[in-house]
Design a protein around this ligand. Structure first.
Ligand code: DGY
Length: 325
């Protein structure tokens, strides 16, 4: 019987399904599994059902001689050494598509909240400071009719673009290559990154975190943006240099930021970004609707089942493990 290690209790009833696939070991505590615990349990594991908080690296793979399948309950795989998994012949499952719309919702929520100063308004009311109507109170930037720059026009980037169309926005995008079908279907225009940063009223980051995109938004990039601009990051914290962002928000280089992700994560309660009124920060809630998290948990279970049976995974992050197409 296959031994399956589950690093966190997934939502819904998926544990029952996983129990039908083998001998389950589940980390039951309501926090990420400590590294030493995972290294111990992985030693006898055939399958791993993991979270984005677990580093699946060369050290872990070396400690897992029997491992045949890895399945993460996330679309992002920056925590997983895909090359080492491929070298070992281990397919890695992930959860694209099922979270696209939900994650685009949170990116748009952050855009509206940061640009229109929603959280500052809530704090103002809660603090009992709401006086007579004030024509100059908490003036923000319009979202409708403005220019949006989307960095990374993948599944979620396109879903953000669809929302932006409903807001009558002009949409620029930047990606490694031009996407002519998206340009036609969504009415988006390609821009090189410096041009996008300079022209956009609001910038949304939707690229994966890789060594090339780490701190893509640094002091130089922020300096290109408009002083009235909003930056939204609902992808991975490492895309933005947090010290540079702090300085840019403090000094008025840009107007506001909405972050669903930070570097590091969780953000320290002492982090200076938390003291800025123009920075809205959420605790990585992008895919956090009940329905979507359950769909992610199910897809991750299905990927693990297929991997353990030697079948092709329906959502595989390292398709090269199956050889050339
Ligand atoms: C993912 O799946 O990578 C998201 O960040 C989780 O919401």
């Amino acid at each position: 019987m296959d031994r399956i290690v589950v690093t966190r209790v997934p939502p819904g009833t998926v544990l029952d399904r996983l129990a039908g696939m083998g001998d389950l070991w589940v980390w039951q505590e309501d926090r990420a599994i400590p590294r030493e615990e995972l290294l111990r349990e992985i030693a006898a594991a055939d399958g791993l059902y993991c979270m984005l908080t677990d580093a699946i690296d060369a050290e872990l793979l070396a400690a897992a001689p029997l491992l045949r399948a890895v399945s993460t309950m996330a679309v992002g795989v920056d925590n997983i050494d895909l090359a080492s998994c491929t070298a070992r012949g281990i397919p890695v499952g992930h959860t694209p598509d099922v979270l696209t719309e939900t994650t685009a919702d949170i990116a748009f929520a952050l855009l509206l909240a940061a640009a229109r100063r929603v959280v500052e308004g809530v704090d103002h009311v809660r603090a009992g400071r709401w006086g007579p109507w004030d024509p100059a109170l908490l003036l923000g930037a319009d979202v409708h009719g403005s220019t949006l720059g989307i960095v990374g026009l993948g599944r979620i980037g396109k879903a953000v673009a669809r929302r932006a169309r409903g807001f009558g926005m002009k949409i620029l995008y930047h990606g490694r290559t031009r996407n002519l079908s998206a340009e036609r279907d969504l009415g988006v225009s390609f821009a090189f990154l410096p041009d996008l940063l300079a022209e956009a009223d609001h910038v949304v980051l939707q690229v994966p975190l890789t060594p090339e995109t780490h701190h893509l938004i640094n002091a130089a990039a922020l300096a290109l943006m408009k002083p009235t601009a909003t930056l939204v990051n609902a992808a991975r914290g490492g895309l933005v240099d947090p010290a540079a962002l702090y300085a840019a928000l403090r000094d008025g280089t840009i107007a506001a930021a909405g972050l669903d992700v930070t570097e590091p994560e969780p953000i320290s309660p002492d982090d200076p970004l938390l003291g800025l009124p123009n920075c809205v920060i959420l605790p990585h809630l992008g895919s956090a609707s009940r329905r979507t998290r359950e769909a992610m948990a199910e897809l991750a279970a299905e990927n693990l089942r297929a991997g353990l049976r030697g079948e092709r995974l329906s959502a595989v992050a390292n398709p090269e493990v199956y050889g050339a197409p």
